[in-house]
Design a protein around this ligand. Sequence first.
Ligand SMILES: Nc1ncnc2c1ncn2[C@@H]1O[C@H](COP(=O)(O)OP(=O)(O)OP(=O)(O)O)[C@@H](O)[C@H]1O
Ligand SMILES: [Mg+2]
Length: 282
Amino acid sequence: MMARIMAIANQKGGVGKTTTALTLGAALVERGQRVLLVDLDPQGSLTSAAGVEPNELTETVYTAIAHYLKENEARDLAPLLRSLRLNLDLLPASIDLAVAEMELQNAVRREYVLTEVLAPAEGAYDVVLIDCPPSLSLLTVNALTAAGEVLIPLVPEYLAARGLGLLLDSIGRMRKAKLNPRLRIAGVILTMVDARTTHGRETAESIRRHLDGQVAVLGEVKRSIKASEAAAAGLPVTDYAARSDTALAYGQIADVVLAMARAPGAPRAPGMATAPAEVTRG
Ligand SMILES: Nc1ncnc2c1ncn2[C@@H]1O[C@H](COP(=O)(O)OP(=O)(O)OP(=O)(O)O)[C@@H](O)[C@H]1O
Ligand SMILES: [Mg+2]
């Protein structure tokens, strides 16, 4: 069985990509999945949120990319991985990944380097989650080429829909360019929803209406101090505050993600609303 590879992407910064990668990863492990987290952001935020200090690392995802660029052959990833717990591994990143971005520009089949780099590890996992940087850079393109699905965290706010449009356009262009014709949009996760105010609830509702029939909404995570406290503690919120709204919301999203994998005949081509209606309306 090859792993299900999901890119967590949104070119907008601070929308919860990294939080989603770590928390959804931990929630999937609780549901019996073997999960690999890939930090593809030179900021190394996923690495630090997982409790690993990026500045102290000598071997990272960059080591694997550089090896591939030099030898034109993927190396064993096992020595580069950090085990966060049973069945949850991290391929960490640090600032040297910014160099990879430049080196990739001149590479042969430069959009497929990450696909090649991850291939040796795929058999060992059920799910691979790739945390993308907040840009549509070549690193993000590599993630979207390696992935079978893309998950989009989105903060419901003014103009959020326009930013999403840009992302969907570039995914559409990647499909047309045949970079990854099988890439499927798993859906949007509404994050940092302000449920305490009428304005917050109305904004979330209007984004849902806007997305209706276009992209599935897999779930909703409310704004909560627990999320940032957990990141500072270097723990997924499912551990830091297992009974919090945030942990429960990500647990439900993990259930939806697993149900989507089991759903028969999920469309692979441009059709976007892929999950069954009762699942998407959560
Ligand atoms: N549901 C939430 N409620 C409150 N704060 C949150 C929530 N989710 C994430 N945060 C906090 O918001 C900040 C941004 O989240 P995160 O780093 O996950 O976003 P990102 O999209 O990965 O950012 P970047 O684009 O910089 O990579 C972090 O400090 C995080 O702890
Ligand atoms: Mg991030």
